[in-house]
Each structure stands twice: as C-alpha cells, then as structure tokens.
Design a protein around this ligand. Structure first.
Ligand code: RIB
Ligand code: CA
Length: 312
C-alpha cells in the first residue's frame, strides 16, 4: 500500500500534537512537512511547538515551516485559556534543537503541490485556514492539484466553542475558511459534532501513561492539562481530542460516518461570524462541497491511537 502524502497545517496545541504523533507513527501516511499557522498561540510558539513534537517522535528530519502570523482580514484570536501560555502546557519541555525551514510555509505548500504529481497530496489543516487560503489566492493553479483536504473545524449540532455559533479554527479566520470551503477541492470536515464524541476519559489517558514511554507520558500530561477546560465548561468526563480525528480518518475511514452536504461559512454577521452553516437535511440546492462527519467509533479511535503512539 502506497502511503498517502500529506502536509499537516497546524497550530499546536496539545490535540495538534497528538495528531502529528499519530501521523508520524503510521505507515499509511507520508508527512511531507508541517506548516505552522497562528491560532491557539502566536506563530513563534506554534512553529516552535511543531518542532518539539517532531523531536519527541524522534523525527528531527521532518521539515517544519512557519506560515502566516495573522488571519487574512482580522486581528488574531488565540486560545491560551485552553492550551496554556506555551500552547503545549502540561509537561516541562526543552527548546527544540532541529532547525525551522527558511522557506515560508505558503511557498512550501505551493511548491509541493506544483512539484508532486497532480492529485497525490492531501492537505490536513488542524488550525485556522490562513496558510491554505493564502496559498490558493497566491497560486490558484494548485487548487485542482490537491487530492483532498481533511480538516478539523466547524460545528453544527454541537454548536460553537469560541462563540455560541462558531468553532475556533473557523472563527479565527472566517475569510480564509470561505476561500477553502468554496475552492471546489474534495473536503472532509471533522466538526465538533464528531470530535465531542472522542473524549479523553481517565481510562484512555491512563492507557497513554501505561505505555511507559516518553511519548506516552507526554501525551498523558498534555491531555491531563488540555481536558480541564472542557470538563469544567461541559461537565463532561473528558475533553474532545479534536485534531487526531483527521489523521485517524486517513488511516481508517471506517471509524467515521458522515454525509456529503453543503457547508457555507458566515463571514458577514458579527453575531454568527465563522459559523459553518451545514445543510445536513438537504434543504437547499447549494453544491454538496463537504463530507461532514457526524459520528465516530470512539473505542476504535482510542485503540488506534494507543497502538500507534506505542510505536514511537
Ligand atoms: O476548536 C478546536 C480546534 O481549535 C482544534 O484544532 C484546537 O487545536 C484548536 O486549534
Ligand atoms: Ca489545532
């Protein structure tokens, strides 16, 4: 089986970290590079965190690029209240030694899509969509060359987590999200509707810790820290592990179910800015542009995570 070539666009973030580790542990995907974007924390921290995660995985060879440090048309909104000041609060971490690539992340995305065979590269954005949208604006010729976009973002039945109407990744840069959702690239969307069914329960975190590896200990410490905010807010028995749902889908899509529907992004109304208006019931004749995932086999997802992370 030929591994699927992917670029992970990321704003680490503890859940981003688990997504990246899952990808680096899985032969089904070939990580061509990590492109950091401003989101959970500012860009200097997201690019640094991406390098910390690669070194934790024993992969200092992975190319990490810094991208856009602010949304297309708005001031940056960050989420230190969820992820902590560093974006990876929980365990103590040493500064990374591996270098950051000199090339801008957007140029890396453009060059990679132009040089790899058309339809052979999947984009996996798990933060605000600023880098992806900027690449599409700067080089429209790459759009038909993208195999698929599998992103974490949006919400419909689960409603918003940063405002009553919007999920964080979409809310931070709604103009970028509109560009990506309207681009016509095959889109798989992992919204809060599904990620809120993949909770980090105590038993699941204990399974990470029981690995007895540095990766297991770090993931347990990150999820211990990360879950406190959501547990307090939702009264749930754990936090949704959002971003790894994208990589897990690429490894085993049978873990997920969803519907091919129309999804539009609200960019005008201050009240509902960044809302993903999902036509789940097919009420409109708007184009069906997204496979909108609504359900997950959570036990299977965590079994996959535990099995793969134990390999690192
Ligand atoms: O709303 C959840 C998303 O926002 C996740 O990608 C998390 O890492 C944050 O970026
Ligand atoms: Ca993220």
């Amino acid at each position: 089986m030929t591994p699927r070539k992917i670029i992970i666009d990321t704003d680490p973030g503890q859940d981003d970290a688990v997504a990246i580790l899952l990808a680096l542990a899985s032969p089904e995907v070939d990580v061509l590079g990590l492109t950091a974007v401003a989101g959970n924390v500012p860009l200097p921290l997201t690019e640094k965190n991406a390098r910390i995660i690669c070194e934790l995985a024993g992969r200092p060879d992975i190319k990490v690029f810094a991208g856009c440090d602010a949304p297309l048309a708005r001031a940056l909104v960050t989420a230190e209240h969820v992820h902590g000041k560093t974006g990876l609060d929980g365990p103590q971490m040493a500064d990374p030694v591996m270098p950051l690539q000199d090339q801008h992340a957007v140029d890396f995305i453009i060059d990679t899509l132009r040089s790899e065979p058309a339809g052979s590269v999947t984009l996996v954005p798990v933060g605000p969509l600023t880098n992806i949208a900027t690449a599409f604006q700067r080089a429209p010729d790459i759009i038909p060359r993208v195999q698929e976009i599998v992103l974490m973002g949006g919400a419909y039945f689960e409603v918003g987590n940063i405002t009553p109407a919007a999920e964080f990744n979409i809310y931070v840069d709604p103009e970028a999200a509109k560009i990506v959702f309207d681009a016509g690239v095959p889109l798989v969307v992992m919204p809060l509707d599904v990620t809120h069914k993949a909770l980090t329960t105590k038993a699941r975190i204990d399974a990470f810790r029981a690995m007895g590896t540095k990766v297991g200990d770090m993931v347990a410490a990150w999820t211990d820290f990360f879950e406190r905010f959501d547990m307090e807010k939702y009264g749930s028995e754990g936090a949704p592990l959002h971003d790894p749902c994208t990589v897990a889908y690429l490894i085993d899509p049978s873990l997920f179910t969803g519907r091919l529907i129309n999804v539009e992004i609200e960019t005008e109304s201050e009240l509902t800015l960044g809302m993903t208006v999902a036509d789940w019931w097919g009420i409109t004749d708007r184009p069906k542009n997204a496979l909108f995932i609504g359900d997950i086999d959570a036990e299977g997802f965590y079994a996959l995570l535990a099995e793969r992370l134990a390999r690192l």
